[in-house]
Design a protein around this ligand. Structure first.
Ligand SMILES: Cc1ncc(COP(=O)(O)O)c(C=O)c1O
Length: 376
Protein backbone atom coordinates (compact mmCIF):
# COMPACT_ATOMS: atom_id res chain seq x y z
CA UNK A 1 0.00 0.00 0.00
CA UNK A 2 1.38 3.39 -1.03
CA UNK A 3 0.41 6.82 0.31
CA UNK A 4 -0.70 7.54 -3.24
CA UNK A 5 -3.30 4.75 -3.16
CA UNK A 6 -5.64 6.66 -0.88
CA UNK A 7 -8.03 8.78 -2.96
CA UNK A 8 -8.60 12.40 -1.92
CA UNK A 9 -12.12 13.50 -2.84
CA UNK A 10 -11.69 16.63 -4.98
CA UNK A 11 -15.31 16.80 -6.13
CA UNK A 12 -17.02 20.03 -5.07
CA UNK A 13 -13.63 21.63 -4.33
CA UNK A 14 -11.86 24.36 -6.31
CA UNK A 15 -10.34 21.73 -8.65
CA UNK A 16 -10.96 22.69 -12.29
CA UNK A 17 -10.05 19.13 -13.24
CA UNK A 18 -13.07 17.71 -11.37
CA UNK A 19 -15.34 20.75 -11.74
CA UNK A 20 -15.49 20.35 -15.50
CA UNK A 21 -17.57 17.17 -15.15
CA UNK A 22 -19.43 18.03 -11.92
CA UNK A 23 -22.61 15.99 -11.58
CA UNK A 24 -21.66 13.63 -14.43
CA UNK A 25 -20.10 10.18 -14.19
CA UNK A 26 -16.96 11.15 -16.08
CA UNK A 27 -13.52 10.49 -14.61
CA UNK A 28 -11.32 13.53 -15.30
CA UNK A 29 -7.91 12.52 -16.62
CA UNK A 30 -7.28 15.72 -18.48
CA UNK A 31 -5.63 18.91 -17.06
CA UNK A 32 -2.09 18.31 -15.75
CA UNK A 33 -2.35 18.15 -12.00
CA UNK A 34 -2.31 15.00 -9.89
CA UNK A 35 -5.02 13.79 -7.51
CA UNK A 36 -2.46 13.50 -4.69
CA UNK A 37 -1.96 15.62 -1.56
CA UNK A 38 1.23 17.66 -1.49
CA UNK A 39 4.29 16.27 0.39
CA UNK A 40 4.01 16.37 4.20
CA UNK A 41 7.00 18.74 4.37
CA UNK A 42 5.17 21.19 2.12
CA UNK A 43 1.96 20.95 4.16
CA UNK A 44 3.92 21.55 7.37
CA UNK A 45 5.63 24.64 5.89
CA UNK A 46 2.28 26.01 4.74
CA UNK A 47 0.74 25.43 8.20
CA UNK A 48 3.66 27.27 9.81
CA UNK A 49 3.31 30.18 7.40
CA UNK A 50 -0.47 30.39 7.95
CA UNK A 51 0.01 30.37 11.72
CA UNK A 52 2.27 33.41 11.38
CA UNK A 53 -0.95 35.16 10.40
CA UNK A 54 0.35 38.20 8.52
CA UNK A 55 0.16 38.16 4.73
CA UNK A 56 1.72 41.43 3.66
CA UNK A 57 3.67 41.88 0.42
CA UNK A 58 6.44 39.33 0.36
CA UNK A 59 9.45 38.31 -1.63
CA UNK A 60 12.04 35.54 -1.72
CA UNK A 61 14.40 35.16 1.26
CA UNK A 62 17.97 33.76 1.40
CA UNK A 63 17.05 30.25 2.64
CA UNK A 64 14.59 29.88 -0.26
CA UNK A 65 17.22 30.86 -2.81
CA UNK A 66 19.66 28.46 -1.14
CA UNK A 67 17.08 25.66 -1.40
CA UNK A 68 16.66 26.32 -5.14
CA UNK A 69 20.42 26.38 -5.76
CA UNK A 70 21.03 23.24 -3.72
CA UNK A 71 18.18 21.40 -5.47
CA UNK A 72 19.46 22.24 -8.97
CA UNK A 73 22.99 21.25 -7.99
CA UNK A 74 21.95 17.97 -6.35
CA UNK A 75 19.45 16.85 -8.99
CA UNK A 76 21.04 18.13 -12.20
CA UNK A 77 24.62 19.09 -11.30
CA UNK A 78 23.67 22.57 -12.46
CA UNK A 79 25.30 25.49 -10.61
CA UNK A 80 23.51 28.78 -10.94
CA UNK A 81 24.02 32.20 -9.38
CA UNK A 82 21.27 33.69 -7.18
CA UNK A 83 21.00 36.79 -9.37
CA UNK A 84 20.08 34.69 -12.42
CA UNK A 85 16.70 33.91 -10.84
CA UNK A 86 13.54 35.84 -11.77
CA UNK A 87 10.51 34.73 -9.74
CA UNK A 88 7.24 34.26 -11.60
CA UNK A 89 3.65 33.32 -10.69
CA UNK A 90 3.65 30.62 -13.38
CA UNK A 91 5.38 29.17 -16.42
CA UNK A 92 2.72 30.25 -18.87
CA UNK A 93 3.48 33.78 -17.71
CA UNK A 94 7.14 33.03 -18.43
CA UNK A 95 6.39 31.82 -21.97
CA UNK A 96 4.41 34.98 -22.69
CA UNK A 97 7.05 37.27 -21.17
CA UNK A 98 9.78 35.52 -23.20
CA UNK A 99 7.82 36.18 -26.41
CA UNK A 100 7.57 39.89 -25.51
CA UNK A 101 11.19 40.16 -24.34
CA UNK A 102 12.79 38.70 -27.48
CA UNK A 103 12.26 40.67 -30.70
CA UNK A 104 11.59 38.56 -33.77
CA UNK A 105 9.70 35.48 -34.85
CA UNK A 106 9.18 32.34 -32.78
CA UNK A 107 9.79 28.65 -33.47
CA UNK A 108 8.45 25.57 -31.71
CA UNK A 109 7.92 21.83 -32.23
CA UNK A 110 4.57 20.10 -32.72
CA UNK A 111 2.51 18.62 -31.11
CA UNK A 112 2.83 20.95 -28.13
CA UNK A 113 1.25 22.14 -24.89
CA UNK A 114 -1.27 24.78 -26.14
CA UNK A 115 0.22 27.94 -24.48
CA UNK A 116 3.31 27.48 -26.69
CA UNK A 117 0.96 28.27 -29.58
CA UNK A 118 -0.98 31.09 -27.93
CA UNK A 119 1.95 32.98 -26.31
CA UNK A 120 3.50 34.17 -29.61
CA UNK A 121 0.03 35.10 -30.85
CA UNK A 122 -0.76 37.13 -27.70
CA UNK A 123 2.59 38.88 -28.09
CA UNK A 124 2.03 39.77 -31.76
CA UNK A 125 4.80 37.41 -32.92
CA UNK A 126 4.78 35.15 -35.97
CA UNK A 127 5.03 31.49 -34.97
CA UNK A 128 6.75 28.78 -37.04
CA UNK A 129 6.08 25.14 -36.22
CA UNK A 130 8.17 22.07 -36.99
CA UNK A 131 6.69 18.60 -36.55
CA UNK A 132 8.42 16.08 -34.32
CA UNK A 133 8.62 12.68 -36.01
CA UNK A 134 7.56 9.35 -34.61
CA UNK A 135 10.09 6.79 -35.82
CA UNK A 136 11.03 3.41 -34.30
CA UNK A 137 8.36 3.91 -31.63
CA UNK A 138 10.11 7.05 -30.42
CA UNK A 139 9.33 10.74 -30.84
CA UNK A 140 12.35 12.44 -32.39
CA UNK A 141 13.59 15.76 -33.68
CA UNK A 142 13.68 16.24 -37.43
CA UNK A 143 16.54 18.76 -37.57
CA UNK A 144 16.00 19.36 -41.30
CA UNK A 145 12.32 20.18 -40.68
CA UNK A 146 13.33 22.48 -37.83
CA UNK A 147 15.75 24.31 -40.14
CA UNK A 148 13.12 24.66 -42.85
CA UNK A 149 10.45 25.86 -40.42
CA UNK A 150 12.66 28.64 -38.98
CA UNK A 151 12.74 31.91 -40.93
CA UNK A 152 15.66 34.35 -41.12
CA UNK A 153 13.68 36.56 -38.71
CA UNK A 154 13.25 33.80 -36.09
CA UNK A 155 14.95 34.79 -32.82
CA UNK A 156 13.20 32.67 -30.17
CA UNK A 157 12.91 28.90 -29.90
CA UNK A 158 10.34 27.60 -27.41
CA UNK A 159 11.59 24.22 -26.22
CA UNK A 160 9.52 21.86 -24.05
CA UNK A 161 11.90 19.67 -22.05
CA UNK A 162 10.72 17.08 -21.04
CA UNK A 163 8.12 17.36 -23.75
CA UNK A 164 4.42 17.71 -23.10
CA UNK A 165 2.57 15.89 -24.63
CA UNK A 166 4.94 13.28 -26.16
CA UNK A 167 6.69 12.45 -22.87
CA UNK A 168 10.27 12.49 -24.15
CA UNK A 169 13.16 13.31 -21.84
CA UNK A 170 15.51 14.78 -24.48
CA UNK A 171 18.92 13.11 -24.46
CA UNK A 172 22.33 14.77 -24.26
CA UNK A 173 22.92 14.21 -27.99
CA UNK A 174 19.53 15.60 -28.94
CA UNK A 175 20.08 18.66 -26.76
CA UNK A 176 23.55 19.21 -28.24
CA UNK A 177 22.02 19.17 -31.74
CA UNK A 178 19.42 21.73 -30.63
CA UNK A 179 22.10 23.89 -29.02
CA UNK A 180 24.19 23.80 -32.22
CA UNK A 181 21.10 24.74 -34.21
CA UNK A 182 20.35 27.64 -31.85
CA UNK A 183 23.93 28.87 -32.10
CA UNK A 184 23.97 28.65 -35.91
CA UNK A 185 20.70 30.59 -36.15
CA UNK A 186 21.46 32.90 -33.23
CA UNK A 187 18.30 31.96 -31.33
CA UNK A 188 17.36 32.54 -27.72
CA UNK A 189 16.10 29.23 -26.31
CA UNK A 190 13.28 29.43 -23.81
CA UNK A 191 13.37 25.96 -22.27
CA UNK A 192 10.23 25.05 -20.34
CA UNK A 193 11.49 22.46 -17.85
CA UNK A 194 8.42 22.29 -15.61
CA UNK A 195 8.32 18.46 -15.93
CA UNK A 196 12.04 17.97 -15.17
CA UNK A 197 11.37 16.23 -11.84
CA UNK A 198 9.13 13.65 -13.48
CA UNK A 199 11.59 11.45 -15.36
CA UNK A 200 10.21 7.93 -14.97
CA UNK A 201 12.90 5.76 -16.55
CA UNK A 202 15.81 4.80 -14.30
CA UNK A 203 18.26 4.99 -17.17
CA UNK A 204 17.31 8.55 -18.16
CA UNK A 205 18.31 11.84 -16.59
CA UNK A 206 17.07 15.36 -17.06
CA UNK A 207 19.81 17.64 -18.43
CA UNK A 208 18.97 21.36 -18.22
CA UNK A 209 19.46 22.93 -21.64
CA UNK A 210 21.39 25.80 -20.04
CA UNK A 211 23.86 23.39 -18.43
CA UNK A 212 25.10 22.08 -21.82
CA UNK A 213 27.75 24.75 -22.44
CA UNK A 214 28.56 28.40 -21.72
CA UNK A 215 27.06 29.34 -25.10
CA UNK A 216 23.81 27.48 -24.35
CA UNK A 217 23.64 29.20 -20.95
CA UNK A 218 24.07 32.67 -22.46
CA UNK A 219 21.24 32.15 -24.95
CA UNK A 220 18.85 30.50 -22.47
CA UNK A 221 15.78 31.32 -20.46
CA UNK A 222 15.00 28.25 -18.33
CA UNK A 223 11.52 28.06 -16.84
CA UNK A 224 11.22 25.92 -13.71
CA UNK A 225 8.78 25.28 -10.88
CA UNK A 226 8.13 22.83 -8.07
CA UNK A 227 4.49 22.80 -9.25
CA UNK A 228 4.24 19.61 -11.36
CA UNK A 229 6.72 17.48 -9.43
CA UNK A 230 5.28 18.24 -5.99
CA UNK A 231 1.70 18.79 -7.19
CA UNK A 232 1.30 22.38 -6.06
CA UNK A 233 0.39 24.23 -9.31
CA UNK A 234 -2.49 26.02 -7.58
CA UNK A 235 0.05 27.86 -5.40
CA UNK A 236 1.41 29.75 -8.42
CA UNK A 237 5.16 29.74 -7.84
CA UNK A 238 7.73 29.46 -10.63
CA UNK A 239 11.08 30.87 -11.68
CA UNK A 240 13.06 31.79 -14.74
CA UNK A 241 16.83 31.26 -14.70
CA UNK A 242 18.53 33.70 -17.08
CA UNK A 243 22.35 33.80 -16.90
CA UNK A 244 22.79 36.55 -19.53
CA UNK A 245 22.36 39.94 -17.76
CA UNK A 246 21.10 41.84 -20.84
CA UNK A 247 18.55 39.15 -21.63
CA UNK A 248 17.47 39.04 -17.98
CA UNK A 249 17.00 42.79 -18.00
CA UNK A 250 14.85 42.60 -21.16
CA UNK A 251 12.79 39.81 -19.56
CA UNK A 252 12.27 41.81 -16.34
CA UNK A 253 11.42 44.91 -18.35
CA UNK A 254 8.68 43.00 -20.22
CA UNK A 255 7.20 41.96 -16.85
CA UNK A 256 6.94 45.49 -15.45
CA UNK A 257 3.46 46.50 -14.39
CA UNK A 258 1.89 43.25 -15.59
CA UNK A 259 3.36 40.34 -13.66
CA UNK A 260 2.51 40.30 -9.94
CA UNK A 261 4.72 39.13 -7.09
CA UNK A 262 4.66 35.45 -6.30
CA UNK A 263 2.35 34.80 -3.36
CA UNK A 264 4.07 34.04 -0.09
CA UNK A 265 2.44 30.63 0.37
CA UNK A 266 3.83 29.54 -3.00
CA UNK A 267 7.32 30.63 -1.98
CA UNK A 268 7.07 28.82 1.38
CA UNK A 269 5.89 25.65 -0.38
CA UNK A 270 8.70 25.92 -2.93
CA UNK A 271 11.40 26.07 -0.26
CA UNK A 272 9.99 23.05 1.57
CA UNK A 273 9.48 21.02 -1.61
CA UNK A 274 12.99 21.58 -2.93
CA UNK A 275 14.69 21.16 0.46
CA UNK A 276 12.65 18.40 2.11
CA UNK A 277 10.57 16.69 -0.59
CA UNK A 278 13.02 13.96 -1.70
CA UNK A 279 11.51 10.94 0.06
CA UNK A 280 7.99 11.77 -1.11
CA UNK A 281 9.33 12.39 -4.61
CA UNK A 282 11.10 9.02 -4.77
CA UNK A 283 7.89 7.24 -3.82
CA UNK A 284 5.90 9.31 -6.31
CA UNK A 285 8.14 8.37 -9.23
CA UNK A 286 7.88 4.66 -8.39
CA UNK A 287 4.09 4.97 -8.20
CA UNK A 288 3.82 6.90 -11.48
CA UNK A 289 6.05 4.34 -13.17
CA UNK A 290 3.57 1.64 -12.14
CA UNK A 291 0.68 3.73 -13.45
CA UNK A 292 2.50 4.37 -16.71
CA UNK A 293 3.04 0.65 -17.20
CA UNK A 294 -0.68 -0.02 -16.64
CA UNK A 295 -1.61 2.57 -19.26
CA UNK A 296 0.82 1.05 -21.78
CA UNK A 297 -0.59 -2.43 -21.13
CA UNK A 298 -4.16 -1.14 -21.58
CA UNK A 299 -3.34 0.66 -24.83
CA UNK A 300 -1.38 -2.33 -26.16
CA UNK A 301 -4.40 -4.51 -25.44
CA UNK A 302 -6.77 -2.55 -27.70
CA UNK A 303 -7.04 -2.44 -31.48
CA UNK A 304 -6.98 0.96 -33.19
CA UNK A 305 -5.00 2.78 -30.49
CA UNK A 306 -1.28 3.11 -29.87
CA UNK A 307 1.30 5.13 -27.97
CA UNK A 308 5.07 5.49 -27.77
CA UNK A 309 6.84 4.95 -24.41
CA UNK A 310 6.47 7.75 -21.86
CA UNK A 311 9.92 8.55 -20.46
CA UNK A 312 8.83 11.55 -18.39
CA UNK A 313 5.66 13.36 -17.20
CA UNK A 314 2.45 11.67 -16.04
CA UNK A 315 0.87 12.16 -19.45
CA UNK A 316 0.23 9.48 -22.06
CA UNK A 317 -0.10 10.66 -25.66
CA UNK A 318 -2.37 8.22 -27.45
CA UNK A 319 -3.00 7.90 -31.18
CA UNK A 320 -6.67 7.01 -31.69
CA UNK A 321 -6.90 7.90 -35.39
CA UNK A 322 -7.48 4.29 -36.44
CA UNK A 323 -10.72 4.23 -34.41
CA UNK A 324 -12.13 6.56 -37.09
CA UNK A 325 -13.91 8.87 -34.64
CA UNK A 326 -15.04 12.33 -35.76
CA UNK A 327 -14.82 13.75 -32.21
CA UNK A 328 -12.53 11.50 -30.15
CA UNK A 329 -12.72 13.58 -26.95
CA UNK A 330 -16.53 13.54 -26.98
CA UNK A 331 -16.58 9.79 -27.71
CA UNK A 332 -14.46 8.97 -24.65
CA UNK A 333 -16.51 11.38 -22.51
CA UNK A 334 -19.62 9.51 -23.58
CA UNK A 335 -17.93 6.41 -22.09
CA UNK A 336 -17.17 8.19 -18.80
CA UNK A 337 -13.61 9.33 -19.44
CA UNK A 338 -12.50 12.96 -19.70
CA UNK A 339 -9.23 13.25 -21.66
CA UNK A 340 -7.47 16.19 -23.34
CA UNK A 341 -8.26 16.39 -27.04
CA UNK A 342 -5.20 16.45 -29.29
CA UNK A 343 -6.70 19.20 -31.45
CA UNK A 344 -5.67 21.74 -28.80
CA UNK A 345 -2.08 20.49 -29.15
CA UNK A 346 -2.21 20.78 -32.95
CA UNK A 347 -2.85 17.04 -33.40
CA UNK A 348 -6.46 16.02 -34.14
CA UNK A 349 -7.02 12.28 -33.65
CA UNK A 350 -4.82 12.09 -30.55
CA UNK A 351 -5.77 12.12 -26.88
CA UNK A 352 -3.74 12.90 -23.76
CA UNK A 353 -4.39 10.84 -20.66
CA UNK A 354 -3.20 12.05 -17.24
CA UNK A 355 -2.23 9.06 -15.09
CA UNK A 356 -1.38 11.10 -11.97
CA UNK A 357 -4.10 9.53 -9.85
CA UNK A 358 -4.62 6.65 -7.40
CA UNK A 359 -4.52 3.22 -8.98
CA UNK A 360 -8.18 2.57 -8.16
CA UNK A 361 -9.15 5.62 -10.25
CA UNK A 362 -6.77 4.65 -13.03
CA UNK A 363 -7.99 1.05 -13.21
CA UNK A 364 -11.61 2.20 -13.52
CA UNK A 365 -10.54 4.77 -16.13
CA UNK A 366 -8.73 2.08 -18.13
CA UNK A 367 -11.82 -0.17 -18.01
CA UNK A 368 -13.81 2.71 -19.49
CA UNK A 369 -11.03 3.32 -22.01
CA UNK A 370 -11.26 -0.30 -23.22
CA UNK A 371 -15.04 -0.09 -23.56
CA UNK A 372 -14.76 3.16 -25.51
CA UNK A 373 -12.20 1.61 -27.89
CA UNK A 374 -14.45 -1.40 -28.53
CA UNK A 375 -17.65 0.62 -29.02
CA UNK A 376 -17.02 2.73 -32.08
C1 LIG B 1 4.99 22.28 -20.43
C2 LIG B 1 4.14 23.05 -19.49
N1 LIG B 1 4.42 24.34 -19.23
C3 LIG B 1 3.67 25.07 -18.38
C4 LIG B 1 2.58 24.52 -17.73
C5 LIG B 1 1.74 25.36 -16.81
O1 LIG B 1 2.54 26.13 -16.01
P1 LIG B 1 1.91 27.17 -14.97
O2 LIG B 1 0.73 26.53 -14.34
O3 LIG B 1 3.04 27.41 -14.03
O4 LIG B 1 1.55 28.39 -15.75
C6 LIG B 1 2.24 23.18 -17.97
C7 LIG B 1 1.05 22.60 -17.34
O5 LIG B 1 0.53 21.61 -17.76
C8 LIG B 1 3.04 22.44 -18.87
O6 LIG B 1 2.77 21.15 -19.12
Amino acid sequence: MSIFDTPVDRRGSDAIKWGKYAGRDILPLWVADMDFAAPPAVLAALHRRVEHGVFGYGGPWPALTEAVLAHLEAEYEWSIEPEWIVWLPGLVTGLNVACRAVDGEVLTAMPIYPPFLSAPHFSGRTLHRAALTLADDRWQWDMAALGTAASAATRLFLLCHPHNPVGRCWSHDELLALAAFAEARDLIVCSDEIHCGLVLDNDKKHIPFASLSPDAAQRSITLLAPSKTFNIPGLGCALAVIPNPQLRQRFEHAMHGIVPHVNVLGLAACEAAYRDGQDWHRELIAYLRGNRDRVIAAVDGEKGVKMAPVEATYLAWIDVRDLGLTRPGAHFEAHGLGLSDGTDFGAPGWLRLNFGCPRSTLDEALRRFATACRTT
